[in-house]
Design a protein around this ligand. Sequence first.
Ligand code: FPP
Length: 272
Amino acid sequence: MERKGISYTFAVPKSVQGFGVFVYKLMGFKEQIDLSRLPEHIAIIMDGNGRWAKNQGKFRGVGHESGVLSVKDIMEGCVEIGVKHLTLYAFSTENWNRPIEEVNFLMELLISTINQETETLTKNNIKLNAIGNIASLPQRCIDDLNSAMQKTENNTSCTLTLALSYSAKWEITDAARKLAQQVKDGLISVNQINEEAFAAQLTTTNIPDPELMIRTSGEHRISNFLLWQMAYTELYFTDTLWPDFRSEDLYEAIVDYQKRERRFGKISEQLN
Ligand code: FPP
């Protein structure tokens, strides 16, 4: 005999429904994340180190040092839930225009952090990657970066990409120059230049485009970061200053991202 589905309707007392909402609110953001719909790639503009230090009457460098603690926490937070790519805007092309003392401080901090954290990256199975005009960095920085990237190249849990001496306009111009050279050398024809060919010349060629970009410190700008790659990225802005930003803030951003409908130019009805 064919069994027909029977649906039951239970009257749930209002007090119990209220308790459910209460429990949901008690849950941390991490527990609210749907792990089957995680963004594969999260990009972050880490902003607010200077203001954080100033608020405490401290030298800007203290803000950058505290920012390193956030980097570690966010990195671990990504590994914990299974985010495969994290890209951090650590030093922009425009940052070279800061006072020389701050530029030197940031370069030294970068070198010491890379050297101190390579072992932790290995332990957590994290691969280190760098994008940007790496050749413009101090030689010691280039050498230590290359060594750390080599040591972690076979790691698979997550790829941490540092954008260093990076600007999207620099990257796009560089890609255009490389394609022009290939045409000039007769390697490709003008008609072969399409979106795929262009993307293949970008520094992010082996990384998927970010689904989510977070900027801290209340600034609502993209600041020359991943302009090509963020064509359809969901943007999330928070007032929290970078040195205060922790995994729970990251998870809050992911929960917010998961509530959004990503239509990619289609209409809602086409998505289901
Ligand atoms: C922006 O804050 C932050 C930077 C320009 C540098 C970010 C660097 C770190 C977090 C430390 C080093 C990072 C790694 C990956 C080792 P800001 O100085 O512009 O702050 P403000 O807008 O309040 O002045």
